[in-house]
Design a protein around this ligand. Structure first.
Ligand code: ARG
Length: 260
């Protein structure tokens, strides 16, 4: 919370824009100057089969066929929860061909989550979804290089949610560099990874939260290294995307999943 509060305080000068700007919220009413697109290219049908759109306006990934990994700030408290619908199997949310929609039964939110790091959660589904899952990184070995991000969130800062899944590539940014950006001094180095371009232009945005940041592993398979968490605006210069560092939480995620 420290980081969020600090940023909010500083942003309070900006008035109404403040909340939208930092936004750990799944969706926001952000406006601000139109930023460049999140990534601007459409994912192909079946390209990222593990991607999930959640009804509260977040993304997620199939950790198992019956458990979605998402962000803590996308969900409520741990417990029984039948209010979330997960949609998978389509890049076009309005296409009914191949689309699978399943309700949640339970939510598990990272213990101790308070808006400062630990931004991960699991959603148990009523039935398994017969699609490939996305393995998570269990070591820091893949916390480098170029990552892929994808989702149905805003394509411009303050813009509408998308009907078609968009994808983009963003390079790793070290904690040391990331901390130097205005609004990022509270980065929780052990819990968070930054990615993006200093020049801006490519980023995740509101509604992408909870979705995976992933890359190829040494065997050429996709592996999840991050979870979309927050940023100052979207795709602004010197304001990268911040992602939960999945490897830090890998064993906690695995043991939580085994209880669901
Ligand atoms: N908190 C936002 C959401 O709920 C994600 C923001 C990501 N922002 C960024 N600039 N990368 O969708």
């Amino acid at each position: 919370m420290k980081n969020l509060l600090k940023t909010l305080k500083r942003c309070a000068v900006a008035g109404a824009a403040a909340l939208a700007v930092i936004s750990l919220q799944p969706l926001s009413t952000a406006q601000a100057a139109p930023a460049p697109v999140v990534g601007g290219t459409r994912a192909a049908q079946g390209e990222f089969p593990f991607m999930v759109r959640l009804s509260m306006g977040c993304g997620g990934a199939l950790y198992t066929q019956q458990i979605v990994l998402t962000a803590a700030h996308c969900v409520g408290a741990t417990g029984n929860n039948t209010s979330i619908t997960a949609t998978a199997g389509v890049v076009d949310l309005q296409s009914t061909s191949g689309r699978v929609q399943v309700r949640s039964t339970k939510v598990y939110r990272a213990p101790g989550y308070n808006g400062n790091g630990k931004d991960w959660a699991l959603i148990k589904l009523a039935q398994p979804i017969n699609l490939p899952t996305l393995p998570i990184a269990t070591t820091t070995a893949y916390n480098s290089g170029t990552f892929t991000v994808a989702g149905w969130g805003s394509a411009t800062e303050g813009g509408a949610q998308q009907r078609y899944m968009l994808k983009a590539s963003v390079p790793f940014i070290s904690d040391a560099t990331c901390r130097t950006y205005s609004g990022y001094s509270g980065l929780v180095a052990s819990d968070e990874i930054c990615a993006g371009y200093a020049a801006g232009g490519v980023d995740t945005c509101q509604g992408d939260s909870g979705g995976p940041m992933f890359r190829k592993d040494n065997a050429g398979a996709w592996i999840q290294v991050g979870i979309v968490s927050w940023g100052i605006g979207c795709a602004r210069a010197n304001a990268p995307g911040v992602y939960s560092e999945v490897s830090t939480f890998a064993s906690a995620i695995a043991s939580a999943a085994s209880t669901l």
